[in-house]
Write a protein that binds this ligand. Structure first.
Ligand SMILES: Cc1cc2nc3c(=O)[nH]c(=O)nc-3n(C[C@H](O)[C@H](O)[C@H](O)COP(=O)(O)O)c2cc1C
Length: 236
């Protein structure tokens, strides 16, 4: 079966994508409007981008009338947000926050979700979330126009809150984190069942090899550049 996404109706494109691109992590995003009203909503078009600088990304699609969602409007008004990780124990609350509440009505208050003040940004974090990333807006890239077009929000992570109960030997333990992920339709998954795989030997060799080449390059540079200048007689 081959699908031509250039001719399929947008709604079908969306369905094929969300059923195939799985599992997706869920960013539970808290924002605040210029008027100071908080907002909380889940987004599964979500990923880490890079560690240097620490950056993540989520995408808020336009609604079916082509208008941006409250989260996107808020981030445009106050360029800060918090991404909270959703544990299985909070899945029902997370799901409730996907309701389209009128602008200005807070999901924190409506669904009784305890908020905790953030350290470096104005929107609060979800108090019971095991991990929260406080972010400053880096940029929003608008992809397309109209219904279901994307607003890709890149955030610079300023501060991470990690609840120590999810740690084992100082690292986040996937069993304790117990994050959930989104599949297609109404299906979700959790991360309780995990497996480990050793990296293939060639990848270790390649990485070892490239380090050797880099070290050798540095050595050559040192003996050809630094060494002669050390030995040069002082000019007077
Ligand atoms: C698990 C889950 C994941 C979702 N992922 C996205 C997403 O990636 N992008 C999006 O635009 N909406 C997504 N939604 C729908 C939004 O959460 C929903 O439209 C919400 O009402 C937006 O809230 P807001 O208007 O307060 O920003 C998702 C909903 C759920 C339950």
């Amino acid at each position: 079966m081959v699908l031509d996404l250039e001719t399929l109706p947008v709604r079908d494109v969306y369905q094929w994508m969300v059923c195939a691109i799985t599992p997706r992590p869920i960013a539970w995003v808290s924002t605040i409007s210029a008027a100071g009203q908080t907002n909380l909503a889940p987004f599964s078009f979500f990923q880490g981008v890079c560690a240097n600088p620490p950056t993540l990304l989520f995408v808020g699609a336009n609604d079916c009338t082509g208008n941006p969602k409250n989260t996107i409007i808020n981030v445009r008004e106050v360029s800060e947000f918090v991404v909270n990780i959703v544990p299985d124990a909070m899945r029902d609350l997370m799901n409730q926050t996907a309701s389209s509440l009128p602008r200005g009505e807070s999901e924190f208050e409506r669904f009784g979700i305890a908020a905790a003040p953030s350290g470096k940004v104005r929107p609060p974090r979800v108090a019971a979330a095991p991990v929260s990333f406080e972010c400053r807006l880096d940029r929003i890239i608008q992809i397309g126009d109209g219904p279901l077009a994307g607003n890709a929000v890149f955030g610079r992570i300023l501060l991470a809150y990690v609840n120590e109960t999810v740690l084992t030997d100082g690292r986040i333990d996937p069993h304790k984190l117990d994050a959930i992920g989104r599949l297609g339709g109404d299906f979700y998954t959790h991360t309780r069942e995990v497996f480990a795989m050793d990296r293939p030997a060639w990848s270790l060799l390649t990485s070892f090899g490239s380090r050797c080449v880099a070290s050798f390059g540095l050595f050559c540079w040192a003996i050809t550049t630094v060494r002669p200048s050390l030995g040069e007689p002082a000019r007077g």
